[in-house]
Design a protein around this ligand. Structure first.
Ligand code: NDP
Length: 471
């Protein structure tokens, strides 16, 4: 009897997924380009049914037919390299799943190549990091529906078990799964940025220590704002460097890196015309942070106000909590909006309630509020923007005065809050029935004869602005 499941790529994710699958009682054959990683995995194995193999041919031969192969290799060119060797070894009906962070358009292309060979293909976003891979990640699949059905039992078993079922789902054809994962990561960037802004306001604005900030974040995390990212922030702020005894976070260089999924999410949103400014600002904030040397020079060249909020505005921490909540829900709302637009554009057809359900456990953006988001989309499947459905209008009502006070205080003190201020700008623009875009249309028509529509009559109009009567 061959193994039920195969995994290629045994770095952090592949190793832990292999253990997870085998601990659920499914036999797994594994292969890694460099044999050392396969050996390292086998050292962790106790009684788990894991079969090590040391060539792709041996790996393929070790699998039960039709085969089910999960790729967990570095995204990009390595996936194409592995596929070019793997595809010729497989037989029609076999299934290949790419579980890495591949771009959804690469997945669409690879799926067509697989199809041409009679193979099934799934692009499968997996979130949860090392611990999630081992104990239960969130799995976002797309591609061949029959391929998903082939492995659904295994995926449901290894996924995080949420209150509303296993956190895995099939989101439609083509690159749908990787699209959902990409937007997940975009939201992740925005939430991380919002938390970082709160930390900066607490630290530079209020002069709080990391430990004091941890206590405040811990309080937030004890209520409806509970989330994985807040909980790890509490742990991080409490961690002390073994060598110096100082808070470790204060010793870490303030230059954020990125692997590109936030950028892809923003690029895809721009291509669609979907408004995700809070996610985009989070990507730009990482880019600015990476300019460490330039920032050090500019700090001297461009002096500004003192960052201390002195005296601290009354009720500032209560305001900050509400400002954070509204910013975070706005970022999720922008992400869901992008998914809604992408479903229509690419024919993915995913249900937003199902996306919210899959994100309730296992993934990096899991949060208590996702259950309410799921309910909102269950009641209004076509909801254009999350904040329009109960219970979120209350969050707006109670939160926007706080968000305004926090953004004003931050701007006065010269503390950058790109995520929070872009959320506020977006919300104010979205709820404004009459924006100044009429002037932009007039300017476009003036210099480019691009025409404009009028409010008082239908049709397209052009004015010879230079000759037109003036007041
Ligand atoms: P890495 O992204 O670090 O990739 C390393 C693995 O890719 C190794 O097994 C390596 O083999 C293999 N590899 C690289 N190039 C090639 C190649 N040309 N041919 C064959 N194999 C190659 O591993 P991770 O486990 O961190 O991530 C795997 C995937 O999952 C990535 O797409 C990542 O973005 C995604 N992901 C990662 C998360 C994380 O927390 N780490 C979370 C969610 C998704 P070798 O040992 O021979 O070098």
């Amino acid at each position: 009897m061959g193994a039920r499941f195969g995994i290629i790529g045994l770095a952090t994710m592949g190793q832990n997924l292999a253990l997870n699958v085998s601990r659920k009682g499914f036999s797994v054959a594994v292969f890694n380009r460099t044999a050392e990683r396969t050996k390292a995995l086998m050292e962790r194995v106790k009684d788990e049914p894991i079969v090590p193999t040391f060539s792709l041919r041996e790996f393929v031969g070790a699998l039960e037919k039709p085969r089910a192969v999960l790729l967990m290799v570095q995204a990009g060119k390595p996936v194409d390299e592995v596929l070019s060797e793997l595809f010729p070894l497989l037989e029609p009906g076999d299934l290949v799943m790419d579980g890495g962070n591949s771009h959804f358009l690469d997945t669409e292309r690879r799926l067509k190549e697989a199809e041409a060979r009679g193979l099934r293909y799934l692009g499968m976003g997996i979130s949860g990091g090392e611990a999630g891979a081992l104990r239960g990640p969130a799995i976002m699949a797309g591609g061949h529906a029959a391929g998903y059905a082939q492995v659904e039992e295994i995926l449901r078993a290894i996924a995080a078990q949420g209150l509303d079922g296993p956190c895995c789902g099939y989101f439609g054809p083509g690159g749908a799964g990787h699209y959902v994962k990409m937007v997940h990561n975009g939201i992740e960037y925005a939430v991380m940025q919002a938390i970082a802004e709160c930390y900066d306001l607490m630290k530079r604005g209020l002069g709080l220590s990391p430990r004091e900030a941890a206590e405040i974040f811990g309080e937030w995390n004890a209520g409806e704002l509970e989330s994985y990212l807040l909980s790890i922030t509490v742990d991080i702020l409490r961690t002390v460097d073994g060598e110096t005894g100082s808070p470790l976070v204060e010793l870490i260089k303030d230059a954020a890196e990125q692997k590109g999924t936030g950028k892809w999410s923003t690029q895809a949103a721009l291509d669609l015309g979907a408004p995700t400014p809070t996610i985009a600002e989070a990507v730009f904030a990482r880019i600015v942070s990476a300019l460490k040397e330039e920032r050090l020079s500019a700090e001297k060249a461009l002096p500004g106000p003192s960052a201390a909020l002195s005296p601290a505005p009354e009720g500032f921490l209560a305001d900050l909590k509400k400002a954070y909540a509204l910013t975070v829900v706005t970022a999720y709302g922008q992400g869901f909006r992008q998914l809604r637009d992408a479903a229509a554009e690419h024919g993915y057809g995913f249900a937003l309630a199902e996306v919210a359900r899959v994100w309730t456990a296992g993934c990096i953006i899991r949060a208590r509020m996702l259950s309410e988001m799921r309910r909102a989309f269950l009641h209004h499947p076509d909801l254009p923007f999350l904040l329009l459905a109960e219970p979120f209008p209350r969050l707006w009502e109670e939160g926007h005065p706080s968000l305004r006070r926090v953004v004003c205080a931050a701007h006065r003190a010269g503390i950058p809050v790109p995520a929070m201020s872009s959320a506020l700008n977006f919300l104010d623009a979205y709820r404004t029935g009459r924006l100044p875009a009429n002037l932009i249309q007039a300017q476009r028509d003036y210099f480019g004869a691009h025409t404009y529509e009028r409010l008082d009559k239908p049709g397209k109009f052009h004015t010879h602005w230079e000759e037109a009567p003036r007041c």
